[in-house]
Design a protein around this ligand. Sequence first.
Ligand SMILES: O=C(O)CCC(=O)C(=O)O
Ligand SMILES: [Fe+2]
Length: 350
Amino acid sequence: MGTAAAPRRFCRCACFCSENLYVARYGLHVRFRSEQQLRQDYEPILRSRGCVSPKDFQQLLGELEQEVERRRRLGPESAARKALIASSYRPVRPEVYSLLQESALAPEFLAAAEYSTLLGADLKGLLQQLETVSEEKRIYRLPVFTAPFCQALLEELEHFEQSDMPKGRPNTMNNYGVLLHELGLDEPLVTPLRERFLQPLMALLYPDCGGGWLDSHRAFVVKYAPGQDRELGCHYDNAELTLNVSLGKTFTGGALYFGDLFQVPSTLAKPLEVEHMVGQGLLHRGGQLHGARPLGTGERWNLVIWLRASAVRNRLCPMCCCKPDLVDDEGFGDGFTREEPATVDVCALT
Ligand SMILES: O=C(O)CCC(=O)C(=O)O
Ligand SMILES: [Fe+2]
């Protein structure tokens, strides 16, 4: 008789509360453990970016302390929002909450995923089904959803955005947007998309970055509009791999730019500019430095899926670049696990 496998517990790395804190005013990511450490590590660069007076520094310190506190509370607060949304939010497009159907996916995406599952499929063959945006940076593009599905998802996200429901924000760099798991879209939409379609594709495209070992994700929508967020600073994702799908609406500007991998010391002197194409998704390595140029006109909504492989990140946390210091977390946490993923699910065979 088979016993249902216990749901896996995911963790985050303790560095979440001390590393990579974003200070928008000075366009800087900092490590923050104490005032003394902050001064020691960042005084010259902060000064060069306009943090000059003692008052400036005290203000920065206060903001960092607040950000650390916010990060500490994030897990439980997110779970509470999710529960409230599940009990009292009324979707406008309920069909996007039903289990992902192939009819929601672009034929090109289906074909590429299907090809990837074939015995004997190889990278060369798969590349014939995708657009190579940059061979050197290993950035690829392909249509992901059908136009009607994009439209339905966008309507639903906008309806939620305008509702009075509490909203968690994607990250410290985006103040607008939606976390898909809080909305209840992980189970019907993002997890099946990852497991059935993205996994085989990523296994061929990025076998060396955990593409064949994806076991969790963090999915969110970023929104850029006049008077709201308009651009995104240069960063790398807390993910092994990323899918970024342009959902619309109509807009100008907002192109993505890509530099080198964050581990490579470089100056971002000649980044690669990549325009969005509505309905299409870009695939890139999470560690590839990137950002978004300012929006010109209109509104830009993108679905971003940070794909994670515990087998890779358990060895080295991409945020602190050390062996992760594991802390139990809600849901997928930050994709770390205490055990390695099993190659064979023995439980399911008993
Ligand atoms: O603005 C975008 O489309 C990129 C978003 C992004 O890179 C991120 O949220 O990690
Ligand atoms: Fe990103």
